[in-house]
Design a protein around this ligand. Structure first.
Ligand code: NI
Length: 212
C-alpha cells in the first residue's frame, strides 16, 4: 500500500495546511484494524514520516504510529530521548524473553489516561527505513515499551486492550468519561509545534509527557 497525500488527511479533519496532522482518537476504526505493509518507498512515504515526527513532537509524545494520523500503514516514529530517535517501516517485533517491566503507559490516541501496563523489559524490532534499507532497533525500558506499543498500534491494538481485570474495567469507564470521548480527532495547531520546539530547546524533558 502507498502513503496518502497529507493534504487529504488535513481536509478530512478541516485543519489548516500549516497545522500538524490531526491525531485520531480511540474508537475510530483505523486504530482498531491491522495496518497494511508498505510497498512503495517513494517521496510520499518520506513525507508521511516527516509529518508524523512533526505531529509527535507537537502533541507532545515519544512515539507515534501511522494509524494514529489516520493512515493504515505499517510505519512508526519514535524519540525517547538521549538520541534514541528514528522511524521503522514494516517492523517485526521480537520480545526478548525473560524479565518484564510494569510502568505507567499512556497513548496519544487516548490522551490524559495512563495505567500500569506489563511489557517485556527488552525488545527488538527489525524492518526497513523510508528508502527500503534494513533497520534494527533494540533496547530496554522506555524504548522497549515504545517499540511494543507502536507495533501493537500496527496490529490494530491499543495498550488499553492489554490491561487485565479490574484495571481494564476502570480504563473502559475512564475512556467513556473522557472529555474527548466520541471525537474523531484531536486537532493540533502551528502554535503547538512552536511551543513544543521551545520546550525541547530549553532542555525540558518532562517524563509526564510520555504518551505513545
Ligand atoms: Ni499509542
Amino acid at each position: 500500500m502507498t502513503a496518502p497525500d497529507p493534504a487529504a488527511l488535513r481536509a478530512a479533519a478541516q485543519v489548516p495546511a500549516d497545522a500538524p496532522l490531526p491525531l485520531v482518537l480511540h474508537g475510530q476504526p483505523v486504530l482498531h484494524t491491522p495496518a497494511a505493509e508498505v510497498t512503495a518507498f517513494d517521496a510520499a512515504l518520506a513525507a508521511l514520516v516527516e509529518e508524523m515526527f512533526t505531529t509527535m513532537y507537537a502533541a507532545p509524545g515519544v512515539g507515534l504510529a501511522a494509524p494514529q494520523v489516520g493512515v493504515g500503514l505499517r510505519v512508526f516514529v519514535y524519540d525517547v530521548g538521549r538520541g534514541r530517535r528514528g522511524h521503522v517501516v514494516n517492523p517485526v517485533l521480537e520480545r526478548v524473553p525473560g524479565e518484564l517491566q510494569t510502568d505507567l503507559e499512556g497513548c496519544l490516541s487516548a490522551p490524559g489516561l495512563e495505567y500500569d501496563t506489563p511489557r517485556a523489559l527488552h525488545a527488538r524490532v527489525t524492518g526497513v527505513d523510508v528508502t527500503g534499507a534494513p533497520v534494527v532497533v533494540e533496547g530496554e525500558g522506555l524504548l522497549a515499551r515504545c517499540l511494543q506499543h507502536e507495533v501493537d498500534h500496527l496490529d490494530g491494538m491499543l495498550y488499553l486492550d492489554r490491561l487485565g481485570g479490574r484495571t481494564r474495567k476502570q480504563a473502559a469507564k475512564d475512556v467513556r468519561a473522557a472529555d474527548w470521548h466520541g471525537d474523531a480527532h484531536r486537532v493540533l495547531t502551528r502554535a503547538d509545534v512552536l511551543e513544543q520546539e521551545a520546550r525541547r530547546a530549553a532542555g525540558d524533558d518532562d517524563p509526564d509527557d510520555d504518551e505513545l
